[in-house]
Ligand binder design. Structure first.
Ligand code: SF4
Length: 439
């Protein structure tokens, strides 16, 4: 029986794809290598290409796998494979490059039962390449990810893929294709299965989650789907991952605020607080629209987690624009930030800009916003002292995650995968310390 090892890079959607690939290989009679890639016959590297660092990580990993297990066949798939197959096919040790366009056929490709590929021949290597037009794909690949990053209590369920937006810095639409949604019945079925398996919380994710159900053939949107999940399953807690600002509609915010079975957690990518930078990014809102959504969320949910992705160093970003962005972020009730440094992505309009910001300036701006992130997060943690929070126990030791997305160290161990109440006693670095009490 052939053995495989799958290594995922990047976002929740990529992790969910990787879980689906594993399920498909197991269904073909292959077994997961107990020792990672070192004794696998097939090593599947499921890539990300959202930054140049992600590309570097993949190339380093291919070299390492090929050095440590030269007999292994290396199959590279995912977003980097879709964006630049020839670049990857040239790497020593790579046997197959499979784009997101053909990801659902990996098990057949490995079994050799899939004709129609391009064989790239060159003196130092050979590789099969299966990459097609990503915009011609309508299939949906996903499987629940139940043990991401050692967190065995909160499986990630990808219910949406692709994106129809065209933010000028972003490569994702060109590697993941048009927005498409998991059918309602399948979502309900998956949530029921995860709940029956004993998971107290399910995280719904997507590339542009707020666009779930927007394509032809669907009759409802995300809020209605959430209501159906709550009505038709026993799930104890749903958590929404990142949703674009304008999709945090009044209806969705009211539902999240009013439903105890939905985590009080709003994550809305901002990218920049400067109006002129947002325009050049081709983002679909102005700072005032964003501010309106965030202030509404805070008004409805005084202790909710409110987080944002923010980018520094976008082409042409002046000191004044960065200061506008910093002041805008400072003025809003964020509880955490994910700070990203702009990275040129070949094939995106922003990468062709002549006004690239020097890397040293990008790094300094990143440092400034990370400092702001720390101040805001610490202030939020301190504001919770003395409060009773809903939380989910994670590892059977003393760690838990609160409904409003704070990491907790409990004063005593609690069985894993339990919804609990926690009384906040204090703050210790990035953690809340809390005393558990049964729900
Ligand atoms: S919304 Fe913009 S940033 Fe997000 S995936 Fe789509 S194009 Fe990329």
């Amino acid at each position: 029986m052939q053995k495989f090892a799958v290594q995922n890079f990047g976002c929740r959607a990529s992790q969910a794809d990787g879980a689906a690939i594993e399920a498909a290989l197991a269904a073909k009679g292959m077994s997961r290598s107990a020792d990672g890639h070192s004794d696998a016959d097939w090593v599947i590297l499921n890539t990300c290409t959202v930054t140049s660092n992600a590309d570097d990580d993949l190339r380093q990993t291919v070299r390492r796998v090929h050095r440590e297990n030269p007999a292994a066949q290396i199959l590279v798939t995912g977003c980097y494979a879709q964006r630049a197959p020839e670049e990857i096919a040239q790497l020593p040790g790579v046997s197959m490059v499979v784009g997101n366009s053909h990801k659902t056929q990996i098990a057949e490709l490995i079994a050799g039962s899939h004709p129609g590929f391009v064989q790239i021949e060159a003196p130092s290597y050979h590789a099969q390449v299966h990459v097609g037009d990503i915009f011609a794909r309508h299939d949906f690949l996903a499987s629940p990810v139940s043990d991401a990053a050692g967190d065995r209590s909160r499986p990630n369920l990808k219910i949406q893929d692709g994106c129809n937006n065209r933010c000028s810095f972003c490569i994702i639409p060109f590697v993941r294709g048009r927005s498409r949604s998991m059918p309602v019945g399948e979502v309900i079925e998956q949530v029921r299965a995860l709940t029956a398996a004993g998971y107290p919380e399910v995280v719904l994710s997507g590339i542009n989650l707020g666009r779930w159900g927007r394509e032809p053939g669907f009759t409802m949107r995300l809020p209605a789907l959430l209501r159906r999940i709550l009505d038709e399953t026993e799930v104890q807690k749903l958590r929404l991952s990142s949703i674009e600002p304008m999709d945090w509609s009044g209806e969705l915010l009211d539902l999240v605020a009013g439903e105890s079975r939905i985590a009080k957690h709003v994550h809305a990518p901002l990218q920049s607080g400067s109006d002129t930078v947002l325009r050049r990014m081709h983002r679909k809102y102005r700072p005032r629209h964003y501010e309106d959504r965030v202030r509404r969320a805070r008004a409805l949910m005084p202790d909710a987690a409110i987080g944002a992705d923010v980018m520094v160093g976008f082409p042409g970003e002046t000191d004044a624009e960065f200061e506008d962005s910093r002041q805008f972020i400072e003025s809003l009730p964020f509880t955490y930030l994910h700070v990203f440094t702009y990275s040129e992505r070949p094939g995106t309009p922003a990468a062709d800009s002549a006004a690239q910001v020097p890397m040293a300036v990008r790094k300094e701006r990143n440092r400034v916003l990370r400092e702001l992130q720390t101040r805001k997060h610490q202030a939020f943690l301190k504001s919770l002292i003395g409060k009773h929070l809903d939380a989910v126990s994670l590892d059977g030791q003393c760690s838990a995650l609160s409904d409003n997305f704070c990491k907790i160290r409990l004063t005593e161990a609690v069985e894993p995968r339990k919804q609990i109440k926690a009384i906040v006693l204090g703050v210790d670095g990035e953690l809340l310390t809390a005393q558990p009490s049964p729900c």
